[in-house]
Structure formats: structure tokens, C-alpha cells
Design a protein around this ligand. Structure first.
Ligand SMILES: [Zn+2]
Length: 324
């Protein structure tokens, strides 16, 4: 284990491959995968803000004098690419790579969402201030104060953000061959977003999954619940032993099966209820208890940080809207 500041814990997962696990935060950061090759580094995802990416760059400089040559963005979500600008500033020859679909989504959706965030975060801050005034419990007050500090710092960074879009985009597959390493960038179909990229190291039997597989219940707001299990079935065909996920601790294929099972069973349960004429409220009242025996414990590894009972309701809403 190496220091990654207070935002990350950096761990070695294979020779020359590291994962920076993001600490729980009010404004979530993605994990980063760091892959060393003979002539430079490849980084997967850049978090929600430049200061988080700068913490990684600082840790990299302690690790090796080699420059970052490639940054991969796994998808268009804010918490995976808003730190991009740090890399060309620190390493002038870096290429930022994703696939065509994700780059297009960044242009069409992310840039607008950044502007929306600049308008909505001040409302969030006002709400936190009101909550703080109303709170009396010292622990709760300390928690709100911490959230407030994080929200204010995030807003300041957003206002100064210079979004660095990918400089290269591929269609389905791109392979990077180095003397000592082979890195495959794969699009296996729609899942968490329309353009998810997996980063696969066949020799090391490692795969970075972005948010197609994470440690807790997925965010499905831009997802494709019916396609997702099929895409994960394709992922399962690859020969690997470890998944380095967008959020949460590294995991093996057992977790992929649980995670895929959850989405498949969720889709089936929601489809069955919707076909019988159930309203969204009725589905939200019934389906969590149907899924709980198989999934509640498995999806509660991170305690109250991302509680399954809350996330499953959002998952049901998205699924109901897409199958119903
Ligand atoms: Zn995401």
C-alpha cells in the first residue's frame, strides 16, 4: 500500500498494475487503475474533480519518473472524467482515449450537465446550511459541516473546470501493444451507459470495469437494464481473475455473477409486475422484498455508505421506465 493522500489508497494488484481506491466522499470519486509499461503509464478514469486527479499525479511521481502516455475514460459520467484536464497539463504528450459513443455523450450530455451542476450545487449548499442550522446532534452537525465543505470546494472547482475531451476515439476495440504488456480497450454493448469501455489485460488476467460492475448496487439513471446482463455475460467470457471496478474494492468473478444476477432478477421481477398491471409505487413496495433474500446482504458490504434499500428503489424506477 502506498499513500494517495486522504482521497485514495493505492494498492498493487499485479506487477506494475495498481488500483487507487477512492475513499468514501460526499462528492464521490471514481477509482483509478494505473498500468505501468516500459515507456510510460496508462491511467483509467480521472474522478470528479481536478484536485482528485492531482492527488493521483502526485502519487505517480513518487512511483516512477515515467510519464503518463494514455488516459482512458470508461464512460461519460462526471465522476470519471472531470479531472481529465490535469493530465495534459502535467504530461504534454498524453492522449485521452475513449470510444466514439462515449466521446459523443460527453459532447452532447456532459458539457450541459456541468453547466447544470454549476446551477444546482449552490441550491445543495443552501439546503446543507439550512440542515446545519436545524441539526442539534453533534455527530450529525459534524457530518453536515463536512458535506458543506466538500460541496463548496466542489463548486469552486466546477466553476474553474476546463473539460478536456478525449483526443482519440475508437469504435469497438482498440489494442495497445507494448514490449512488456498488452492492453485491450473493449466495448461489449450497452450497460451502465451506451458506451461503456472495459480495459482488459489478458496476460495479467485483470479487467477494469468502469461502473458496469461496482461494489454496491449500480447507478442506472443512464443505464440499459435489459442489455446490461447480456453485456456482463460477454464480459464473463473473458479470461480474468480480478475486476478493478469503478467504485469499491477489487473483486473476482463470483461478484460479477452476483451483480449480473441482481440486474437480471430485477428486470424480470419488474417486468412481471408491470405486465400484471402494477403501478410504479406498487412495484417499489413489493420488489425489494422479493430480491432481498438473495441480494440484500451481498450488496451491503459498504455499510450505510450506499445502502441497498435506497438504491434498489432508484433501480426499480429506471427499470420500470424502460421495460414498462
Ligand atoms: Zn457512472
Amino acid at each position: 500500500m502506498m499513500p494517495g493522500g486522504e482521497l485514495f489508497e493505492i494498492r498493487k494488484v499485479a506487477a506494475g498494475v495498481y488500483v487507487a481506491i477512492a475513499a468514501p466522499a460526499y462528492k464521490v470519486n471514481s477509482n483509478t487503475v494505473i498500468i505501468e509499461t516500459d515507456d510510460g503509464l496508462l491511467i483509467v478514469d480521472t474522478h470528479s474533480k481536478p484536485s482528485a486527479a492531482r492527488a493521483i499525479v502526485k502519487a505517480l511521481k513518487d512511483l516512477t519518473p515515467k510519464p503518463v502516455r494514455y488516459v482512458i475514460n470508461t464512460h461519460f459520467h462526471w465522476d470519471h472524467w472531470q479531472g481529465n484536464e490535469v493530465y495534459p497539463a502535467a504530461y504534454p504528450n498524453v492522449e485521452v482515449i475513449t470510444n466514439d459513443i462515449t466521446r459523443e455523450a460527453m459532447v452532447r450530455k456532459s458539457l450541459k450537465r456541468i453547466r447544470d451542476h454549476i446551477r444546482s450545487v449552490p441550491l445543495e449548499i443552501a439546503k446543507l446550511r439550512a440542515d446545519l442550522t436545524a441539526a442539534t446532534d453533534p455527530d450529525r452537525r459534524a457530518e453536515i459541516q463536512s458535506h458543506l465543505r466538500q460541496a463548496e470546494a466542489y463548486l469552486a472547482e466546477l466553476e474553474g473546470l476546463r473539460p478536456a475531451l478525449p483526443t482519440m476515439a475508437f469504435e469497438n476495440t482498440m489494442r495497445i501493444f507494448n514490449r512488456d504488456r498488452e492492453i485491450h480497450l473493449l466495448h461489449l454493448g450497452r450497460a451502465h451507459t451506451e458506451g461503456d469501455v472495459f480495459v482488459y489485460l489478458p496476460k495479467e488476467k485483470l479487467v477494469a470495469t468502469g461502473d458496469c460492475v461496482i461494489g454496491w448496487a449500480p447507478f442506472m439513471g443512464d443505464g440499459y437494464p435489459e442489455d446490461w446482463p447480456r453485456t456482463l455475460a460477454r464480459l464473463e467470457q473473458l479470461d480474468f481473475t480480478q475486476m478493478l471496478m469503478g467504485h469499491g474494492e477489487p473483486a473476482g468473478k463470483e461478484w460479477l455473477r452476483v451483480f449480473r444476477g441482481y440486474i437480471a432478477d430485477l428486470v424480470e421481477a419488474v417486468r412481471r409486475e408491470a405486465a400484471a398491471g402494477a403501478t410504479l409505487d406498487a412495484v417499489k413496495a413489493r420488489v425489494p422484498d422479493q430480491l432481498a433474500p438473495k441480494y440484500e446482504q451481498a450488496f451491503s458490504k459498504y455499510g450505510t455508505y450506499r445502502p441497498w434499500r435506497q438504491l434498489v428503489l432508484a433501480n426499480i424506477e429506471r427499470t420500470y421506465a424502460t421495460v414498462g
